[in-house]
Design a protein around this ligand. Structure first.
Ligand code: B12
Ligand code: SF4
Length: 579
């Protein structure tokens, strides 16, 4: 039997709108199994939360689903929407899942009154849950949570005595290509494709996608809901990119994988397929600086990559070690230089407040940001947050900073009230000193940013009236020579003295991890999409040659070093004999 299911996509309270990929993934398997899905898009319509109650009163559903990530805003939203669901006259079976509730199911069930919290990857769980619901309905005519949920992997619920019961997680899906296609038509695609990203042009349609799931690194501040790392085949991935381009006009894919550059091999494979298909789509991804080489970055550039978001976090080796980042400042600096050199904008993400952070470490971060920022994004430094499920969360509990008896309550209700304020202070600084550091750092960064905008706009005015610039598109449009892929570090320095267009980033657009740049449709660098149309797979052959050359050079250098050492040893030996 088919279930009538309502997906509740909550408002993020933002100008930006990202397609809810978790719901997309669930919709794919539920549609395949014949269920009927309706999407309540509060993110698009900005309805008041109580609209959900009246909507449920007027429309009968068997199941209502919330997908939740951890954040103070999301949490409050989820409480309010849960209230609307619970007060509706024909309340459906209420389930939720995602990164937020997975590590703390009991807390979320008690706070929201949800019937079930689903933990981890959801496809297997949700399908089995629908099957068992049907059995229950036939047997009892009702949808109350109970022992029958023991048949469903990855679920948590409260028994009649209010005690938490849980099943083991569902096995992970290793063959991601086997997942059915996402039924995009169920969602307001016109709305979602208006997402903005660094180096997107006003005419681009931007859309998020995943090339893989998981991450094999273990940074202490990061919550990885499922273990391991699984990739889609490049063919399967590019089939979807092509479809999105043809059917929905997508010209820019914003990869949301934890880490697309999870290995050199995966990055190469994705690039090769982009080049092979010559699809007119540029893209952005999250990157790891230890995998960067000039030739790999050039390949990415040739394959259409215009922005790589790097988790740098700190320029201090001790702090990097403390957070198990697996990076060195010299590797970071070289990688960023190479990224700029090939003409890709790097996203420079820093956090402050990890163990070992102090006034000196924040200075290093600010200096680095000012030196290498290409202004594709507005950058600030935020305090590290011990999100539930992350190793830092358990450190905070152990330190006594989060109440050990109910850490989730302490986190969501008392400590994590804003991502820019301290939740837990892991440093030896007092909270006041900590805030002084952030205040100083963000003042410097904003001064740098707005000075740039001011200079740029003033130059733009001169350029317009003195040179009668026919390409001028109005002060709200147009992207300057700055803030775009294609600038090397020295270019940026030069451009600092020679700015002639600008205003690529709108005020008030800072949010979450990324901001957007309002590009220029006449900018040849990015509107040409990528070189793939021109060069195709020749770029990949070129890359392999360069890679081989670098390997040979490296081996040669090693050999030379070994030979030099040998001859030194020999000399030492002969001097020993003389003495
Ligand atoms: C896109 C994204 C966002 C978007 C979300 C937009 C949207 N419409 O979804 C935006 C930009 C808004 C965002 C914001 C934030 N994000 Co974010 N984000 C992501 C990202 C990169 C991708 C999420 C995604 O779509 N994944 C792909 C889909 C397929 O997976 P999924 O959503 O998890 O869904 C699967 C399962 O969770 C499960 N599932 C989900 N719901 C349900 C429901 C049921 C019933 C069932 C059965 C299963 C189920 O099944 C799905 C399929 O397997 C993840 C990292 C990642 N790679 O996942 C971080 C991530 C979720 N974000 C994170 C964080 C911390 C944030 C912020 C709090 C950051 C901040 N400090 O501001 C903010 C919150 C903003 C705020 N104001 O509070 C963390 C969450 C950590 C945690 N413990 O929750 C993550 C995991 C990154 C990380 N590793 O640290 N984010
Ligand atoms: S911060 Fe990035 S590299 Fe580190 S574990 Fe999380 S996703 Fe992986």
């Amino acid at each position: 039997m088919s279930q009538k299911i309502l997906f509740v996509v909550y408002d993020n309270g933002s100008y930006d709108h990202i397609f809810p990929m978790g719901f997309g993934a669930l919709a794919a398997v539920l549609k395949r199994d014949g269920h009927e899905i309706t999407v309540w898009s509060q993110d698009k319509h900005h309805w008041p939360d109580d609209h959900l109650r009246t909507y449920l009163d007027e429309n009968k559903f068997d199941v209502v689903v919330l997908s939740v990530i951890a954040g103070y805003y999301q949490y409050k939203k989820v409480l309010s929407l849960s209230n609307a669901i619970n007060q509706s006259k024909q309340r459906p079976f209420f389930m939720m899942g995602g990164y937020g509730p997975t590590p703390e199911p009991e807390f979320f069930i008690k706070k929201t009154g949800a019937d079930v919290v689903c933990m981890g990857e959801g496809e297997i769980t949700v399908c089995k849950l629908m099957e068992e619901l049907e059995v229950q309905k036939k047997k009892t005519g009702s949808y109350k949570p109970g022992d029958w949920l023991e048949e469903v992997p990855g679920t948590a619920w409260l028994d009649n005595d209010g005690k938490l019961k849980k099943t083991l997680r569902a096995p992970l899906i290793h063959d991601l290509d086997s997942l059915p296609p996402i039924p995009y038509e169920l969602f307001p695609m016109e709305y979602y494709r208006m997402q903005r990203m660094p180096n997107s042009n006003p005419t681009d349609f931007v859309f998020p996608l995943m090339s893989a799931r998981g991450c094999s690194f273990k940074c202490t501040f990061c919550y990885r809901m499922d273990p391991g790392y699984r990739v889609r085949s490049p063919e399967n991935l590019l089939d979807e990119v092509e479809m999105l381009n043809k059917k929905w006009g997508i010209t820019y894919v914003a990869f949301q994988d934890d880490l697309l550059m999870s290995s050199v091999e995966h990055t190469e494979n994705v690039c090769k397929e982009f080049l092979k298909r010559g699809v007119p789509v540029k893209w952005a991804c999250n990157g790891r600086l230890n995998y960067c080489s000039e030739e790999l970055l050039q390949l990415m550039k040739d394959a259409g990559c215009v922005f790589i978001n790097y988790g740098i976090e700190s320029m201090d080796q001790k702090v990097l070690n403390n957070m198990k980042k697996g990076l060195r400042p010299d590797i970071i600096e070289q990688g960023i230089k190479d990224t700029l050199k090939v003409g890709i904008s790097p996203g420079l993400n820093f956090i402050f407040g990890n163990k070992g952070d102090n006034k000196e470490t924040i200075k290093k971060a600010v200096n680095f940001l000012i030196e290498y920022d290409d202004f594709a994004q507005k950058r600030t430094i935020r305090p590290v947050t011990p999100y539930p499920g992350s190793p830092l969360y358990y450190d905070a509990i152990e330190m006594g900073s989060l109440d050990k008896d109910n850490p989730a309550e302490d986190f969501y209700e008392r400590k994590h009230l804003n991502s820019d304020l301290i939740c837990t202070n892991f440093t030896e600084l007092t909270d006041d000193e900590f805030y002084d550091c952030l205040k100083w750092a963000n003042t410097e960064l904003m001064k740098n940013y707005y000075n740039k905008q001011r200079d740029r706009t003033l130059k733009q005015i001169s350029q317009l009236y003195e040179d009668k610039d026919v390409n001028f598109r109005g002060f709200r449009h147009g992207d300057g020579a700055l803030g775009k892929a294609g600038l090397s570090a020295s270019d940026i320095k030069k451009q600092k003295q020679n700015i002639h267009q600008g205003n690529e980033i709108m005020d008030g657009m800072v949010n979450w991890e990324a901001t957007s740049s309002d590009g220029d449709r006449f900018n040849s660098k990015t509107s040409k999409v990528n070189n793939s149309e021109l060069k195709g797979l020749a770029c990949f052959d070129e890359y392999l040659k360069k890679k081989e050359k670098r390997k040979l050079e490296k081996n040669l250098a090693k050999l030379k070093k070994a030979e030099a050492k040998k001859s030194l040893d020999k000399n030492l030996q002969s001097t020993d004999q003389i003495h």
